[in-house]
Design a protein. Structure first.
Length: 219
C-alpha cells in the first residue's frame, strides 16, 4: 500500500515557515473582472453547464458566509458541497481516498476529522499572512480530501473564502489549477507566493482600469 500522503502533509504543514510568505496590503481588492465567476462560467460551463450553475450558487453562499464573518468549519463546507454536487446530504469520507491515478493515498484515522476541523480553524489565524492562510487552507482540502468527489473545486471555494473575509477577490484563478504534492514544502510556499502575485496583479489591473476610465461629466 502506498504511503499516507495525508500524514505526510500534516508533517510538512508544521515544517513550513508560513510566516515567511509575503503579505499584501490589507485594503480591499475589488477586481474589474470576477475571476472565480469567470472560471466557473467559462471553462467549467463548457464541460458541464449544470455543474457551473451549482458552483456559482456555492460561490454565492461562500461569499455570504465571508461577509458575515463565518469561520471555516466542516459543517459550513458541507453546505457548499451539497450545492456543488446537487445532493441533499454529504458525508465525510469513511475510508482511504486516492488521487493522481492512485499515486497518493489519503488515510483515515479516528482523529482525522478532528484534525481537519483544527486546520480549518487556523485559516483565520492573524499571525499568518493572508496569502499563506489562503494557500494553506486550499492544500488542507486537497490532502485531507474530505469528500469522495469534487475536492478540487471545494479547495478553490475555500481559498476564495479566506481571501473574501478580508475583502479580497482575484481577477484570475486559472493559475491555481495545477497539481500539488503533499510532500513538497517548497510547493506549499510557492502556492502562497502565487496567491500574493495574483492579489497584487488584480490590484494593479483594477487601479489601471480606474485611472483609464473616462471621468463622469459634471452635473
Amino acid at each position: 500500500m502506498s504511503d499516507d500522503a495525508l500524514t505526510t502533509w500534516c508533517e510538512v504543514r508544521e515544517q513550513v515557515d508560513w510566516s515567511s510568505a509575503a503579505n499584501v496590503s490589507p485594503a480591499p481588492v475589488r477586481p474589474a473582472v470576477d475571476g472565480l465567476a469567470v472560471w466557473f462560467d467559462g471553462p467549467v460551463r463548457l464541460r458541464d453547464p449544470d455543474r457551473a450553475d451549482r458552483l456559482l450558487a456555492a460561490m454565492a453562499l461562500s461569499r455570504a458566509a465571508a461577509s458575515q464573518g463565518e469561520p471555516l468549519t466542516p459543517a459550513l463546507l458541507a453546505g457548499w458541497q451539497k450545492l456543488v454536487l446537487g445532493v441533499n446530504e454529504v458525508r465525510l469520507r469513511r475510508s482511504d481516498a486516492f488521487a493522481k491515478d492512485g499515486r497518493e493515498r489519503y488515510g483515515l484515522t479516528p482523529h482525522t476529522w478532528q484534525d481537519f476541523a483544527a486546520c480549518l480553524h487556523q485559516s483565520a489565524d492573524p499571525s499568518v499572512t493572508l496569502p499563506a492562510r489562503a494557500a494553506r487552507a486550499y492544500l488542507d482540502i486537497a490532502f485531507f480530501h474530505p469528500y469522495p468527489d469534487d475536492n478540487a473545486r471545494l479547495a478553490l471555494l475555500v481559498l476564495a473564502h479566506v481571501l473574501e473575509t478580508e475583502g479580497v477577490r482575484l481577477d484570475e484563478v486559472g493559475p491555481l489549477q495545477t497539481i500539488r504534492y503533499a510532500d513538497a514544502p517548497e510547493g506549499a510556499l510557492d502556492l502562497a507566493a502565487l496567491v500574493t502575485v495574483l492579489i497584487r496583479a488584480t490590484q494593479r489591473r483594477a487601479t489601471t482600469r480606474r485611472e483609464k476610465a473616462p471621468a463622469e461629466p459634471a452635473r
